[in-house]
Design a protein. Structure first.
Length: 298
């Protein structure tokens, strides 16, 4: 099983497909954007003229697309992936999409006679290029076992989260924690400034005390304490604020549909949506610290 059809060769999909080529798989890809096609071709991905053409001989179909609507649209119809792929193909959706869309997509895949896995990722474009992404997989155990060696060149870690849809569920729960904790860390640094604390002093205490978290010790929102954090390079992403806004939107959608109380999640989603639509459109999500400072009394 070595033929892979790869749909969506953007910031994440491009380098993921390139790593599969490097691992020795034949990857046939499609993306409508010229720049994405050119980069993929340079990485020895075979370019197809349509999504259907990319999967017509595929054992495994990987999608890495912006939203659930993109995934559902490209799967369906006479010229869709489900109709074009050989019977029994493994459909692995690595996009971040709503849990409800992932479950709908999986049902369509199975109905069409194929096998369904969701495998959203974390690790960003750096992890995609390095082949060190964490893949959160929703799949039947046998299906994951069958495709594991194809996922491995893209992954530093593969976590089996449960049946189809469970990968997306884990992904949005993680990013619910991350979005809320980044705002908490940012509010603490701005409060510390007002109280006369240096960033370094506050960092030295909180990074080894009970305030410790990834938003603080890896992606610290103020320049200085963590040299590799985006705050030290004018908040160039990293993990862009619009992606955080998207993921929190998916988390809140899931919270509402399951009747889960998520007061801080709803607030974090609203704050990130406002930030992503304004000053944060091209910045790392940690730059929200500057909105909090700007919104505070002088
Ligand atoms: P991107 O916009 O760079 O890439 C998406 C690609 O899909 C684009 O190149 C677009 O042209 C292509 N596309 C759209 N419709 C298509 C179709 N019908 N057929 C083929 N290609 C099509 O986005 P990205 O940053 O690569 O993100 C992809 C997914 O990964 C998203 O769901 C995102 O939330 C998730 N994600 C991104 C990051 C990140 O740091 N960028 C991290 C984790 C997860």
């Amino acid at each position: 099983m070595t033929a892979i059809g790869f749909i969506g060769l953007g910031n994440m999909g491009g380098p993921m497909a390139a790593n599969l080529v490097k691992a020795g798989f034949t990857v046939t890809g499609f993306d409508p954007v010229d720049a994405a096609r050119a980069a993929a071709e340079a990485a020895d991905v075979v370019l197809a003229a349509s999504p259907a053409e990319a999967v017509v001989a595929a054992d495994v179909v990987i999608t890495m697309l912006p939203s659930g609507k993109h995934v559902l649209d490209v799967y369906q119809g006479d010229d869709g992936l489900l109709a074009a792929a050989p019977a029994g193909a493994f459909f692995v959706d690595c996009s971040t999409i709503a849990v409800s869309d992932a479950r709908e997509a999986a049902a369509l895949v199975v109905k069409a006679g194929h096998r369904a896995l969701d495998a959203p990722v974390s690790g960003g474009v750096v992890g995609a290029a390095a082949g060190t992404l964490t893949l959160m997989v929703g799949a039947l155990p046998d299906d994951l076992a069958a495709v594991r060696r194809i996922l491995e060149p893209m992954a530093g870690r593969i976590v089996h989260c449960g049946e189809p849809g469970a990968g997306q569920a884990a992904k949005i729960c993680n990013n619910l924690i991350l979005g809320i904790s980044m705002i908490g860390v940012s509010e603490a640094f701005v409060l510390g400034e007002k109280l006369g604390l240096t960033h370094q002093a506050l960092y030295d205490v909180t990074s080894t005390a009970s305030g410790q978290c990834w938003a603080l010790t890896t992606n610290c929102p103020v320049p200085g304490p963590v040299p590799a954090s985006p705050a030290n390079r004018d908040y160039q992403p990293g993990f862009a604020a619009p992606l955080m806004a998207k993921d929190l939107g998916l988390a809140i959608q899931a919270a509402e549909s399951t009747g889960t109380t998520s007061n801080l999640g709803a607030l974090a989603a609203a704050l990130y949506r406002e930030f992503a639509d304004g000053n944060g459109a091209r910045l790392d999500f940690s730059a929200i610290v500057n909105e909090i400072r700007d919104g505070s009394a002088a």
